[in-house]
Design a protein around this ligand. Structure first.
Ligand SMILES: C[S@@+](CC[C@H](N)C(=O)[O-])C[C@H]1O[C@@H](n2cnc3c(N)ncnc32)[C@H](O)[C@@H]1O
Length: 249
């Protein structure tokens, strides 16, 4: 807040683009942010200086889960993954302020996860309010599509859980279909975590998008499942999907 010569108060804000540039410059200097790093697969124990189990928060945005779980479990490591540097900035700054050495952020495409994590290097995956990509032609971008489960299978320990929190009934139902097709094992399935009184422990952590959805009166779904021992086989592309790809949709 500033005052001018007549004592009128006003708030100075950066234009949106400039704020993003400042955040991009800041994360370059943050020791807990890795941006498309080389040679990390199999080497996270060197970064964390221990071989504690690693949990991933995919589509982490501002990283509320990585920071929240990092505070709850000092004996585990957490890596928030998102492509948006200006969102990661918020979580990384919070983790630094709280001195959480067990929390890091990876700025990368989730599609490239196997470049950054080695076989069985990850113990658990949270997927928090990912974009539901509702158009049928975009289904393969959904983070619970078999294409992604195949990636997760390459880095997760056997029995490692994949946990989805979403406000999208469509994504929740789609994930159920994939789980069935791919013979995954459901550990927990909650259709409305608040109505069922299940918003406790890790499920009590609220993210930016969750706050917006709750204010809108939306239902929050949770699904926890384990991948099968047999390899995940993504379905052959549907004709429409192939046509959309050719058109660059
Ligand atoms: C709807 S926001 C949710 C953010 C946060 N989890 C929350 O609940 O507030 C979805 C996030 O997923 C990220 N995202 C979506 N697809 C991605 C991909 N393939 N690779 C990396 N990030 C992705 C977006 O950048 C965005 O920050």
């Amino acid at each position: 807040m500033f005052s001018n010569a007549r004592g009128c108060k006003f708030i100075f804000t950066f234009p949106m683009g400039q704020k993003k540039l400042i955040r991009f410059a800041a994360i370059e200097t943050f020791e807990n942010v890795l941006q498309r790093p080389k040679n990390m697969a199999g080497n996270w124990y060197q970064y964390f200086k221990n071989d504690n189990p690693i949990t991933l928060e995919l589509a982490c945005g501002k990283g509320e889960y990585s920071v929240g779980l990092g505070e709850m479990h000092s004996d585990r490591n957490f890596v928030g993954v998102d492509i948006k540097g200006n969102r990661i900035y918020i979580g990384a700054k919070r983790a630094l302020e709280k001195d959480l050495g067990n929390v890091a952020f990876l700025r990368a495409q989730i599609d490239m996860l196997t470049e950054y994590f080695g076989k069985q290097e990850v113990s658990e995956i949270w997927i928090i309010f990912p974009d539901p990509f509702l158009r049928e032609g975009k289904a393969k971008k959904r983070l619970t599509h078999a294409r992604f489960l195949k990636l997760y299978q390459q880095i997760l320990i056997p029995g490692g859980r994949v946990q989805l929190k979403t406000d999208s009934r469509e994504l929740y139902e789609f994930t159920h279909e994939v789980i069935k097709e791919q013979n995954c094992h459901i550990v927990e399935d909650i259709e409305d975590i608040y109505a069922k009184g299940k918003a406790e422990g890790a499920l009590a952590i609220q993210t930016h998008y969750e706050g917006l959805h709750l204010a809108d009166g939306r239902t929050i779904y949770y699904l926890s499942f384990q991948l099968p021992e047999t390899p995940i086989v993504p379905p052959v592309k549907a004709k429409k999907e192939q046509e959309d790809e050719l058109k660059g949709a």
